[in-house]
Design a protein around this ligand. Structure first.
Ligand code: G4P
Length: 343
């Protein structure tokens, strides 16, 4: 199942809104245009603007704001490390390939051969993942669907890397270098599975080569295959929230903590999508009929609470508990394999 756009929104409203957040992050329920994916060209720098207060800022709206103070420092470190590598492997979440990538990665890595790893494909819709691979190929970007948790697809990494760097390897050899070593760096936003990938690929080859002369102290490399080394520390960039749907989708998948947002509102947003996706797992799990899916999303949340026996005193549905359950179960892929963004 896949979902292309979130133009529709629920008219059903949560009873209350817990504005603000512990990390200064808030979400706006207002719908905005989805950012176009661009995996090849340098992304334009985007400033995170403070939202102006408008009449639309009712009790049912939230706005995500994120001011990562250490962003510049991180970018500088990545830029420094990039000088040491021949290629970059960018890990994104196959369920949200647009929202789970920082657009700065394209500009930061300009000129470096790049592989995109569509991770967590075990939780994404198969045909949508295939569409992403096709789309990226049409943009001259090599993409590999992987499930780093089980290891599926990870074995394709070295062959693709070797193909990508074949000209570079040949040119080194032409310059007289025998068995040149190619180095690669992993980049991505938090929680996309960078560590899981590094651990998985390093398990096969534990040989760790220490710092070499002329190379930044502190960097550790490990061999992933003969002639290929990987920097053991990935480049971590924060996601960008120039579009409120990005924040929502990152919260749905658990890439960012949802406890800084209104959980009920987030669940209502997710229900807007799940109603359209209409996966059998979703209906089955919450015992929903086709008619139930025609309800406003907040009413549907109430129904889910009732079906699960989540009631507060007086027999009222405990929508907050139902919201947490819905989000947890979506993140655990218990509601089916779902892709929320298509090329
Ligand atoms: P990061 O380094 O990019 O921050 O991400 P990390 O590897 O820590 O992975 C974040 C979470 O995503 C982990 O779950 C990890 O197990 C899970 N994960 C990574 N790759 C995949 C995948 O291909 N499929 C699935 N289903 N999950 C994946 P966690 O709950 O935070 O930790 P854990 O309890 O699994 O150890």
């Amino acid at each position: 199942m896949s979902y292309k756009n979130t133009k529709k929104s629920s008219k059903g409203s949560p009873r209350s809104s817990k504005q603000g957040g512990r990390s200064g992050a808030r979400m706006n329920a207002k719908s905005t245009k989805q950012q176009k994916p661009d995996f090849t060209k340098a992304a334009k720098p985007v400033k995170v603007k403070k939202p102006k207060k408008t009449a639309a800022d009712s009790e049912h709206t939230q706005v995500i704001q994120w001011y990562p103070g250490h962003m510049t420092k991180t970018k500088r470190r990545i830029e420094k490390d990039l000088k040491l590598v021949d290629a970059v492997a960018e890990i994104i979440d196959a369920r949200i390939p647009i929202s789970s990538r920082n657009p700065d990665i394209a500009s930061l890595t300009t000129g470096k051969p790049r592989i995109v790893l569509l991770n967590k494909c075990d939780m994404a819709d198969r045909s949508s993942t295939a569409k992403w691979v096709e789309y990226l190929r049409s943009e001259n970007v090599r993409a590999i669907p992987v499930d780093c948790k089980s290891g599926r697809g990870v074995d394709k990494f070295v062959p693709v890397l070797s193909e990508l760097l074949s000209k570079r390897i040949e040119s080194y050899k032409a310059k007289g270098m025998i068995n040149p070593t190619m180095r690669v760096m992993i980049v991505g936003i938090p929680n996309v599975g960078k560590s899981t990938f590094i651990n998985r690929i390093s398990k096969k080859n534990k040989a760790v080569s220490a710092d070499r002369p002329g190379v930044t102290r502190g960097n550790q490399w490990f061999t992933v295959a003969k002639g290929f080394e990987m920097l053991d520390t990935p480049g971590v960039l924060w996601p960008k929230f120039e579009d409120q749907t990005v924040g929502e989708r990152l919260a749905f998948t658990g890439a960012i903590k949802s406890d800084v947002m209104d959980t009920e509102l987030l669940a209502v947003r997710l229900l807007d999508l799940l109603k359209e996706l209409d996966t059998p797992e979703f209906k089955e799990r919450y015992k929903l009929s086709d008619d139930d899916l025609k309800m406003q999303s907040y009413e549907l949340l109430e129904l889910i609470a009732k079906h699960r026996g989540m009631l507060i005193s007086g027999g009222e549905p405990d929508t907050e508990r139902a919201a947490y359950t819905l989000l947890d179960e979506f993140r655990a892929a218990k509601l089916g394999r779902v892709t929320l963004e298509l090329p």
